[in-house]
Design a protein around this ligand. Sequence first.
Ligand code: DC
Length: 217
Amino acid sequence: MTSFVITIDGPAASGKSSVSRELSKRLLCPWVSTGSFYRGLGYVAMQMKVDLKDERKLAELAVSDIWSVHLGVEKTHVYFRGQDVTTEVHQEQAGTVASQISQYPMVRKMLLEPQRRVQSHRGLIAEGRDCGSVVYPYADLKVYLTADSEHRARRRAEEQGMVVEEVQKAQKTRDHQDLSRQTAPLQIPPGAQVVDTSHLTLLEVVDYVEGLARSFL
Ligand code: DC
């Protein structure tokens, strides 16, 4: 099979990016963090002093060519006015803003097409919150990663040198927003394979998902 889509959804810090990155190396296909679209938009809106409550302005900015998202081996990159702002966009605070603006139906609608456009003939691994349910509902394999809140907070705190309790508090707010929004909330897509990563190593999770993918590749 030349082209395929694998979606990996789940809450913050459930291991989506790490699993996608590793899997993309094994399957020799690109991967995308769809959260980068929301993070990028939130970051650009803040730089341009756009009111984060102004849905219409945010939706316009979503398709502006002053910023763009590019696939990479290690990370999904975001460029703003020609500058790589990927590091800034991946800070925990940018995640909170991304979650906030991702509530708006108009923003979600405008970001749909750019997310789908990154699909290539070599296949795609896409991670996020609504990849299997909304962005790529026709995916060949849908995975839903989960982990208990303490494990997730610990992982992110270690990655970013932050205090576990602080990260856990921010993630709780984010989880609540992502789960309870009206449009495309975080959910287990129908037909998805659910994997609890709390007590698994990255290698174990990747081996398992690779096994699932190899059955149709
Ligand atoms: O996966 P992430 O932490 O980079 O995502 C940041 C925020 O973006 C997340 O809290 C909600 C939003 N998001 C979304 O609404 N839909 C997606 N497919 C991906 C992310």
